[in-house]
Design a protein around this ligand. Sequence first.
Ligand code: HEM
Length: 456
Amino acid sequence: MEKKSVRRNAPGPRGDLLIGSFRELQRQGQVPFYLNNWRKYGDIVRFQVGPIIAHIIAQPDHVQYVMEGNPSNYGRGLGYAKTRSLLGDGVLTSDGEVWRRERELMEPLFTREAVAMFEEEIVDTTKAMVARWDEVTARGETIDLDAELRRLSIQVMGRTMLGTEPGQAGVGEALAQAYDKTSEFISRRLTSVVDVPLWLPTAFNRRFTQTMRKLDRLIYQLIRERRSGKQQTTDLLSRLTAARVDATGERLSDKQIRDEIITVLFAGHETAAELLTWTWYELAQHHEIEAKLRDELTRVIGANAPSAHDLANLTLTNCIIQETLRLYPSVWTFPRQAIRADEIGGYHIPAGSMILISPFLTHRHASFWENPETFDPDRFTPERSASRTSYAYLPFGGGARVCLGRHLVMFEAGLVLATVAPRYHLHLLANQRIEPVARITLRPSVPVLMGIERWH
Ligand code: HEM
């Protein structure tokens, strides 16, 4: 049915004449800017940054409408275009028929059953971290938790997606370094009004290009090795090098494989690490929940290493991870761009304007969550989850473009937590004030320095 045309704009900050709210965004920081304007103006906030009109939306119905009700009108658009200089045309950034083929190709490796094959790689890599922590404890030192977990996550990615061997630490380190540098570039691009073109020889552009070249050399070398070898493994790299494009039966080009690999590393590395960092940040402040978690782990897995099978019986472990994703959704906001003019919640959405969906806001919506700021894993018991409004909880997005790696990351987080929590108590060093800040993912504002003690 044709919608009647609504000309009423959503309320929001007026901003400066030419740059709109750019200065306010920079001054407040993105997360406070979203929160403050949401509290002031309500569930749809319209603002402008330079020539771009954007709407922050927080109401589950409106989010559902964009993601499932009228998805063909809301493409990846400008927000994702800014990441193409790094990611190319992988499954995260592409649209339409190209996206459909890519998703079909990747999906089989990321089902719940398929990710269970990575049990050994994840547990082994975590045990290596634990062995290092044993030495740290013996020396009475502290750890930078976020840095530790980012290192763990890139190594897990290397082993599960690229099939690197445990001894090939160099690949993981090189990937981590390249990731840090390139993500800084993307982060800057996402928050700028005007993009400095990549061909301009600024110091920053040069650094980015050099890092990209290094990262590409590494990935292309892995592709060549895999193409020439007999090794048949279950990782993503094997799947992509063996894949044939349906209609023509041709193999994927090296560039196509490179784009998918970088996409998965980019989408999956920091997101997983931040989820675990925030989990321990909360556990360090809720000793009663930590004690119940240890009870559950002792009861279900005892002194053994956790397995894929155990995870199904770790109800509280799973609830803790879900509650962490509610308060700290690693992907705290993601964009769409309206192709044609539309109406959301009675407000006019001009063609070409941006829609900023924010799990961070929706997960704090008092109409859908009781005491939204309180960390309470029991919200995610099956009984309480059953009555939840659709799209009130969307850490992994939804609809056809729901996160490809959601089963992998839930599996990884469960195994890591179940390996580490029975062994260590982590406590925050005094006087640390830590806020979530928006980079590409939701990161802690300062290094999360933790003291660690062995339970036994
Ligand atoms: C806590 C961890 C993670 C969170 C919170 C998260 C969140 C999200 C969200 C919200 C989206 C939807 C974006 C949109 O619709 O615009 C998404 C998409 C995606 N995620 Fe994740 N993600 C996580 C981990 C991962 C991991 C581990 C991988 C890969 C191994 C991954 C790969 C992807 C890909 C490829 C897409 C694009 C899917 C498509 O458009 O078809 N993510 N993720």
